[in-house]
Design a binder for this molecule. Sequence first.
Ligand code: PMP
Length: 432
Amino acid sequence: MATNEELFARAQRVIPGGVNSPVRAFRAVGGTPRFIQRGQGAYIWDAEGQKYVDYIGSWGPMILGHGHPAVVDAVQKALLDGFSFGAPTEREIELAEAILALVPGCEMVRLVSSGTEAGMSALRLARGATGRAKFIKFEGCYHGHADPLLVKAGSGLATFGFPTSAGVPEDVVKHTLVLPYNDIPALEAAFAEHGRELACVMIEPIAGNMNFVRASLPFMTLLRELCTQHGAMLVFDEVMSGFRVALGGAHSLFQQWIPGFKADVFVFGKVIGGGMPLAAFGASKEVMSQLAPLGPVYQAGTLSGNPVATACGLATLKEIAKPGFYEALGARTTALVRGLEAVAKDVGVPLVGDSLGGMFGFFFEQELPQNYATVMATDKERFNRFFHGMLQRGVYLAPALYEAGFVSAAHTQADIDHTLEAARESLLALKN
Ligand code: PMP
């Protein structure tokens, strides 16, 4: 049996950094990534047979936990009928109908294979539909790794972006305006200067790529007003928050919180594929009619609407739509976050957390950060040591302080209790 260490060494010989997506390499926290052999329910096991309570859930998709029987059954049946046809199937219609039924205001969707593809296509659609090039994104929000979206910029000032990655020419991001999250004056200034040139504003309404940060209600209210006034589309990237913070995603929550609220374009991923490569973007019928083959905005995919992935997504959506699902998930997640706060208080370490539905975050701070800069100013060293303390005690948290965490329906109160006990020991060890 190979150890994690041996597998990591072998992987590094053939895969850059030994991983197929950077955060898996544990660069932020140090140490050896765990090579996962299998998952069941709330647990994963690594190559050495070590068991962990899984708070990553494949970075969001596994809202039912691993190997849910109804999902496994649906996937097994679909597999026997064929893997991929490159021709339409009835299941694509069913999944589109299921998504639209849960997200009022979104009238049509197109299915794709990754969140990156969905975000990239949503941006092209907004640009095509408005005939404008510029758009706003926010610092700390991740919308996949398409070139124009791979911009973070640095300061709290409204500034046209410079690429965060090598290989992205400055020309490609010269239309990307990056603003700090939750910053009303910066938003007003950007619209005053560029409002009429903006195709869209893309936002994670509940951000999960700078740990867990909610867009404030005054900020979101103003953002909606400014977009409407200036004819820019409001694009909700719900790849992470969709079907995760609530059955109708963050959009349904903002609709409750802000009367008359509606986004223009929606980006989904993760949960709608239940762990298979599947994502989607959607909008009104009018806007979606801009897409090929109906309209001039091109977009396509060999594996789009894949029959096995749609079976997995459909089975997942069916489970989460059952009455009481989000009440139970939300209660469990709240118990975790409030429990972590209580344990930290006991031990004498500052810790504050927040959650919605099955998505959560915590910080070694007195108050919840409101944007990327304040998240990054929290105690990284303490987080890293805590992460390793938890890992040693069989609790697998996200390996970077700027990532949100995920609880699944398979997590029991006993799992939460075990996690809180591990947290107490880890925090005590930190103090010594
Ligand atoms: N948008 C958001 C909000 C995300 O969290 C992610 C991935 N974590 C993406 C887009 C990109 O999705 P994918 O990794 O499937 O390309």
